[in-house]
Design a binder for this molecule. Sequence first.
Ligand code: HEC
Length: 255
Amino acid sequence: MKKSIVSVLFVAFAMLGSVNIAHAAGDAVKPPKMEWSFSGPFGTYDKAALQRGFLVFKSVCASCHSMKRIAFRNLEALGYSEGQIKAIAAEYTVMDGPDDEGEMFERAARPSDMFPSPFANDAAAKYANNGALPPDLSLITKARVGGADYLHAILTGYEDAPEHVHLMPGQYYNKYMSGGVIAMPTPLIDDQVMYEDGSPTTVDQYASDVSHFLNWAAEPELEVRKRMGIKVIIFLTIFAFVMYGVKRKIWSDLH
Ligand code: HEC
């Protein structure tokens, strides 16, 4: 019995240790902390930022990255109407089938379809990107330490490589990437995407908006979760007062 407790503790510490080692191995610069409307206990998503971020994703990132876990109809959370979502979906084609003759066929996407991937499979994606696989972006803010801060940093962190770093063709220097070398060419340049709401069309703004959007993609339930947390805390506070009153009443005879 005792032995098993010791081994459980050992495994637990070993796991903690390996997490630390994994963090320590990243020699990348820590991403700067940003102000997001969704941070903090009262945080909410900014719908205008989400729509701009989606526009950046759709016009820039989606040519290399998939976002497989998001369906067109999920975009309702960004404030789009059903009609707008139908129109957005119809811009894409998806593979469907087999039909009556056993053939697969292409058709315009519907709101219930997931975002189609830009490449037929991972091998094709790697082949088109110098052997590097552009990761699926559905959960990327959860998959990287620093979340949206990290994404913003990566997208704005391209620099000329310092002397001691030798880049192969298809490699770029980015101090926020672990190892300092990334196989993604600078995806954003100023004035690349037109905004209708008058927001600045700068790399920094695009990077903030697309990171905001991808944070929503990874965590659409964030607002509900935070609202629920506040309700629970209010409930527990009131409950604590009630229980204090009850305790005083029960013990009052003893004084
Ligand atoms: C020309 C193709 C291309 C475009 C366009 C592109 N990416 Fe990438 N991206 C890649 C490739 C390739 C990688 C893999 C890089 C590596 O492993 O070194 C990557 C990696 C990433 C990563 C992961 C970095 C890490 O920590 O491993 C993120 C995040 C990312 N891209 C976000 C974006 C966003 C957001 C956009 C749109 C603004 C975008 N990318 C546009 C090709 C692209």
